[in-house]
Design a protein around this ligand. Structure first.
Ligand code: GAL
Length: 659
């Protein structure tokens, strides 16, 4: 990066929730805590346009001015996640429709269908107002489009607008119904169509719809998010030079985030480590151990994933990413909402900064005493006094200043492919009830982190695989000839399987049998797959096993097979370039195979304690203790110079030292 940004902290602020007389005090307290960035505006449509066309920007102008006077920088959100009631009443068919045909009505947020053309026009109108008015404001540092696309499961909509859009999309893609019939295999069960106007959305069918039909609907829906976002970014760029971001979510995959990121300058995401723990697939022991700090790998995975998104538009070296919302206390939306353990909020900030975040911004400034999120903690209590999070901000901002900390990232030797279409594919066709792509990818990610190495999560592109030593790509649905060629020319060691390269882009089993185009790299054929219930893993040796998924592989010339299962089938297939694992690894097997792959690729690794994670950033190594006990890391640190922390890490603490 030419000019790496200083790392800093921010906050999400809703001036419209509080009397104007308090705004000066808020700004003063923000500055006193070392906050530099303030996000505002993203849900304020009803206050900005109380009646159609009758704008009321006075209050937002004032808020900008107050923040500006205190030297604070504004991140301005477009308010399109919360269209006002009068707008919905004017065109009720803008509402999304769920899979069961129920309308998703007004009274919370995200009540719109991405495909609705007239709603898009309204978004263009309000975005234009925003961009013209604030695009050159001296306090403006960045834009946020909308808020959390897809939150509350809002990408897939089965509305009339979506049906119309989908038919057009299919007509453009296939040109003729026959071509579509062939691609989908509609000869099966007499599903052939004579025209695109006969095609319905893939809900409300008697039994499962054609997977190719669903896949195209998922692609169409993802494309709607991209074009909806681009409508706003195109308008903003006409009036403003400030960079544009959008706040992505954790464990959320219903649209292709790489594709949306092509139109964004900064990738940002919303990190709620404790809230996410419950959604995590780990067992109860793990959840209890990390109750108040969150899973040691889940937020880290998203930092790495969204860093990759930040690189899509600007290229690897100039990628930018932020944490737009960071939990500072208990949230309100998980089944249970525990408080962070002492040290946890600080640890999260360093996990993000170590991964190259420019900004960690807290959600939110002050806890409201009203409406849906009144139980969600903030930096200030509902009465305006300091809550614990405020003091954490004071501390972190001071440390960042002292360290003169900059957002820099170095390309990692090891890359893990994450591909959105693969997620959709295995949701559409899990074949075994609990088969989850993201969870499979996480198994490999966890194993890599346990080896103490930096990992880049990457899209399946030539650019992203170039220059790596090891590339891991489990479960990748469709490996194109081009991508296989890129892998081949990358010179990296490749670890793949299970299910990698098993389908073509039309959701058909690849012609030459799986792993399809990967057969260029390893000469094997997969002739049978089986899925198995949790009570019947495939036992290999010691505690190594396949859980839920196993493949029967026929190796051909130049491929060696090893590690027999109890019932006599080989599990690992290998040549000098590539390893193929024929099943879904349990945690010990993921550790085993990742260690073997690192070794084959010549990447040095250090097996860490279960609670310890490390991250290297330029010449600093950060060590994190996610666990409940003090852990001595002096062996790891040796006589290196400490930047902060101690060689003996207290529970949920961080130490940084010079490499
Ligand atoms: C995010 C959202 C915020 C707020 C927050 C609460 O998903 O963007 O507006 O609702 O969650 O944790």
């Amino acid at each position: 990066m030419m000019n790496p940004a200083k790392q800093t902290i921010g906050v999400c602020y809703y001036p419209e929730h509080w009397p104007e007389s308090r705004w000066e005090e808020d700004a003063r307290l923000m500055v006193a805590a070392g906050i530099t960035h303030v996000r505002i505006g993203e849900f304020a449509w009803s206050k900005l346009e109380p009646n159609p066309g009758a704008y009321n920007f006075d209050w937002l102008d004032k808020s900008f001015d107050v923040l500006h006077r205190h030297g604070l920088k504004v991140v301005l959100g477009t308010p399109t996640a919360t269209p006002p009631k009068w707008l919905v009443d004017r065109m009720p068919d803008m509402l999304a429709v769920d899979e069961n045909g129920q309308i998703r009505g007004f009274g919370s947020r995200r009540h719109y269908c991405f495909s609705h053309e007239e709603y898009r026009k309204e978004c263009a109108r309000i975005t234009t107002e925003f961009a013209e008015r604030y695009g050159k404001h001296p306090a403006l540092i960045a834009w946020q489009t909308d808020n959390e696309y897809g939150c509350h499961d809002t990408v897939l909509s089965y509305s009339d607008a979506a049906l119309k859009g989908f038919r057009n999309w299919l007509a453009q893609k296939y040109q003729s119904p026959d071509a579509m019939n062939r691609a989908w295999g509609n000869i099966f069960w007499s599903m052939e169509y004579r025209s695109f106007d006969e095609v319905e959305l893939p809900n409300l069918t008697v039994t499962e719809p054609n997977p190719a039909h669903v896949m195209d609907f998922r692609r169409y829906s993802s494309d709607q998010v991209k074009s909806f976002n681009k409508l706003q970014t195109d308008i903003i760029r006409k009036h403003s030079n400030a960079p544009i971001g959008h706040n992505f979510m954790g464990s959320y995959t219903d649209f292709d985030h790489y594709a949306v990121s092509e139109d964004l300058d900064i990738a940002t995401w919303d990190s709620y480590p404790i809230g996410f723990l419950d959604r995590d697939s780990s067992d109860d022991e793990n959840k209890a151990r990390y109750l108040g700090v969150g899973d040691p790998d889940l937020q880290a995975f998203h930092h790495d994933l969204y860093r990759a998104c930040g690189e899509v538009r600007n290229g690897a070296v100039d990628g930018r990413w932020w944490v737009m919302e960071q939990q500072p206390g208990p949230v309100n939306w998980a089944p249970y909402n525990p408080a962070p353990y002492p040290g946890a909020v600080e640890l999260w900030a360093w996990e993000a900064f170590a991964a190259g975040a420019e900004l960690v911004s807290y959600f939110r400034w002050r806890q409201p005493s009203f409406a849906q999120e009144q139980m969600h903690e903030a930096l200030l209590l509902p009465n305006g006094e300091f809550n614990e999070g405020y003091h954490v901000c004071e501390k972190i901002s001071k440390m960042l200043k002292q360290m003169d900390s900059k957002a820099q990232v170095v390309r990692a030797d090891v890359a893990l492919v994450f591909d959105y279409e693969s997620q959709w594919a295995w949701e559409i066709q899990p074949q075994g009830k609990d088969f989850s792509y993201i969870e499979l990818v996480m198994r490999y990610y966890r194993a890599l982190r346990r080896q103490g190495i930096n990992v880049d999560v990457i899209p399946p592109t030539k650019e992203a695989v170039t220059g790596r030593k090891l590339i891991i790509m489990p479960g990748m649905f469709n490996v194109s000839e081009d991508f296989a060629a890129a892998l081949e020319s990358s010179k990296a060691v490749i670890l793949a399987g299970p299910r990698s390269g098993s389908k073509d882009e039309n959701f058909q089993i690849v012609q030459d049998l799986p792993p399809g185009a990967l057969r260029k790299l390893i000469n094997i054929k997969i002739t049978r797959v089986e899925s198995r219930p949790p009570h019947s893993p495939v036992l290999l040796q010691d505690d190594l096993a396949f859980e839920g998924w196993r493949e029967f592989v026929v190796p051909e010339a130049g491929v060696s097979a090893s590690m027999q299962s109890e019932d006599g089938h080989d599990a690992i297939f290998e040549n000098d370039r590539m390893i193929y694992l024929a099943g879904r690894p349990n945690a010990p097997l993921a550790d085993y195979i990742v260690t073997a792959a690192l070794d084959k690729a010549g990447v040095a690794a250090t097996r860490l304690h279960r609670d310890i994670r490390v991250r290297d950033n330029n010449n600093v190594r950060y060590i994190f203790n996610y666990g409940p006990e003090t852990i001595d890391c002096s062996e790891l640190i040796g006589d290196a110079q400490l930047v902060f922390g101690a060689a003996s890490l207290a529970p949920r603490s961080v130490t940084a030292y010079k490499l």
